[in-house]
Design a protein around this ligand. Sequence first.
Ligand code: FAD
Length: 508
Amino acid sequence: MLHHNSDDNRIKEILIVGGGTAGWMAAAAFSHVFKNQQCRIRLIESDHIGTVGVGEATIPVIQKFNQMLGIDENDFIKNTQGTFKLGIQFVNWGSIGNSYIHPFGPYGMNMGYLSFYHYWLRMSANKQSIDPGEYSIAIQAALRGRFMPPANIPNSPLSQISYAYHFDASLYAKYLRNFAETRGVERIEGEIEKVVLRSDDGYIESVKLKDGTPLHAQLFIDCTGFRGLLIEKAMNTGYDDWSHWLPCDTAVAVPTRNVTAPLPYTRATAHSAGWQWKIPLQHRTGNGHVFCSKYMSDEQAKKILLENIEGEPLAEPRFIRFKTGMRRKFWNKNCVAMGLASGFLEPLESTSIHLIQSSISKLIALFPMADFDQTNIDKYNELLTSEFTFVRDFIILHYKVSQRTDSEFWNYCRHMQVPETLQKKIDLYQSSGRLFRDNNELFDEVSWFAVMQGQGLQAQHYHPLADQITEAEFDKIMREIKAVINRAANAIPTQEEYIAKHCSAINR
Ligand code: FAD
């Protein structure tokens, strides 16, 4: 028999520990969902400890998060020094001198039963060096420094524009803090010294601040970053270490003054033992060199970073250490870890903030009663494990299919044995030019194609149905698609013009 939820068995107290991007995203979302004061939500953060201070590039699904909260896009961009992102440009990944963009949104248009990439493969079987980027509105707009949101023009490439944001992470957290506090979230400033577990079942009973104040709750959200203060230090949940597949373990970051108008895409430039990001914001550019300490010293990494930035540095370079992998359980008893406390896959495809968003939406979908049904917990862990694993495979792909032979690091990456799930995808593409989006994974065929083709992985065959169009007709269609995309890209305003008109930053 189906029972009514009893009020006694409802979660009435949530304590979010940590006020970085993860903590404030969770606080904003819960404050929005738990309307009418059903649940008391508190967040503890320590100004003394601070936040990781990076994490400024996103992927398009973040729009859904902001929309769910009812956040106005222009207001959000104005308050976070934001810019728009149409994809990621990968420089020197396939080989030194090679460059391609992994775009958001599709290539060309789908014809009949097939995605466009099958037709591109047919075309490239006949001719040499055809850049698929010529068939992508996102890539053509990005290369011209242009941006606009999708237009409601049926059958136009302008209706296919898909985008994400770059923003100042500390301003995003501040923006969400204001959102959450306005909706009743109580912020506590303080440093947690001790986590008290219940002796009978190991559930978290309370956390104790340095001044001795105990804070009780039923559900604890661990957003303490790499520390994993609750999920790991107190509960010993365990961590799956993926550094044999994703060997970069350090980043050195430095912001610089803008010397040109911000580009509407992230740049990821490969170096001899890692890669460097460039994230253009309205008021500055974020730069960082992610590298593997086994193959490069801190000094070398810093030197390479400083030699490859454009504007004047605005701060001293700062080092951040990490271990790629994921927590063995994201939800353990009455503790759910989010953000860096739940795992880290390195920032190559800007997926961490998305994984926070995904953790929040899945926790809302599986939100427990106070007796913590284990089947709910198991489902949550299963879903997030699958999400992390798919993203992991996609990031490993970039390292594995590089053709670089110029350093020990790249030789290691080319020869490493990758997870079977990834190897199967590579084999399938190589042998028959087919790609599949497994179990609704985050990255679709367009993304897999962009990286595989961009880095020179050759498919040996293409789909037979792509031959159904006659040669003459096929050439004409392909030429037309290219021309339409070219014209559409020229009709888009520059990002600078778009921002000046709609969302120039406050305090620029
Ligand atoms: P943190 O920002 O570290 O916050 C931890 C919080 O816990 C802080 O408020 C701290 O004060 C609090 N805390 C810790 N211990 C205590 C204690 N004892 N008592 C009280 N409070 C405590 N993600 C992307 O999506 N895109 C990117 O481009 C990207 N780039 C990245 C680059 C690098 C080099 C790294 C390392 C990460 C990057 N990420 C990126 C990931 C992104 O930075 C994080 O996912 C995001 O910032 C969330 O961090 P967090 O809130 O989990 O942790």
